[in-house]
Design a protein around this ligand. Structure first.
Ligand code: HEC
Length: 243
């Protein structure tokens, strides 16, 4: 692997030796304009496999303080060890957007990526987005969610799936709502999912899945809920400073 990388790096260098283009000596991307804020256009909160490229690119947009898009602003992106960006810095295009292909690290879990840019005074502003690397169990949980849950729990309709959310008299929460789901223990989640809303004093619009899902699928969908939770779910464990 490493050797191959070196060889291709050398080939690129050799190919460019005579061309004298800016690419030959890496960075030096010069911003042509400056904004004041970075916002997400698309591609945050995606689920991918550990070590693989996310299905969609992460598209960020730079705005000025009027909320207009800025073309030619430099955006840099960084993340935890093992995450690879292509490119790692870029100037915003005609739509004010910076597009990054993201390859997640090899460990499953939540990855926080930080994009930064500079305003007209050279002051840095940043945006942090999350992406998720799903291990096998979480991937199974995602499939369960897609098959049974998301039509109610995800308010957004897609071409493949029209959401039922708007028709529900009691609105379920999106599984990323950490402020709701983090308060549930795994056992309580399993109770609601198996026996339906009334089992935990909730609406009967939440159907029981005890006959539909086997134990592994139940645990998988819980693992998925824990993975995508925002704020992140903290596994209950040792509480320091208490007796
Ligand atoms: C037919 C629509 C519907 C489907 C399908 C559905 N739910 Fe729900 N769910 C609800 C509603 C409505 C509530 C809110 C009940 C309340 O707050 O009283 C809810 C609540 C919950 C809760 C309690 C926390 C909260 O959001 O209030 C959990 C956990 C849950 N659902 C998990 C699931 C899982 C896992 C699936 C798929 C296996 C699923 N649900 C499928 C409608 C649905």
């Amino acid at each position: 692997m490493k050797a191959n990388l070196w060889i291709s790096a050398m080939l690129v260098a050799a190919a460019c030796a005579g061309c004298g283009h800016r690419k030959a000596s890496a960075p030096a991307l010069q911003a042509k304009a400056a904004g004041t804020a970075i916002v997400v256009a698309s591609g945050d909160k995606q689920l991918g496999s550990p070590g693989s490229q996310l299905p969609q690119p992460l598209v960020l947009q730079v705005n000025d303080d009027q909320g207009n898009t800025v073309t030619g602003a430099k955006v840099q992106i960084s993340g935890p060890r093992g995450v690879v960006f292509d490119p790692a810095q870029v100037l915003t295009d005609d739509n004010g957007q910076a597009t990054f292909k993201v390859t997640l690290g090899g460990i499953s879990g939540r990855y926080e990526l930080t994009a930064s840019s500079q305003d007209a005074h050279g002051k840095t502003f940043t945006l942090t987005v999350a992406e998720f690397a799903a291990g096998y169990q979480q991937e199974v949980g995602y499939e369960v969610n897609q098959k049974y849950c998301s039509r109610c729990h995800n308010p957004d309709s897609t071409t493949e799936q029209v959401s039922n959310y708007d028709n529900l008299a009691v609105k379920p929460h999106s599984f990323s709502s950490g402020e709701v789901y983090n308060k549930f223990s795994d056992a309580d989640l399993a109770t609601v999912i198996s026996h339906g809303g009334p089992a935990m004093n909730r609406s009967s619009l939440m159907p029981p899945y005890g006959w539909t899902l086997d134990k592994a699928e139940m645990q998988a969908v819980i693992a998925y809920i824990r993975l995508v939770s925002d704020p992140p779910y903290v596994v209950p464990g040792v509480v320091y400073g208490k007796h």
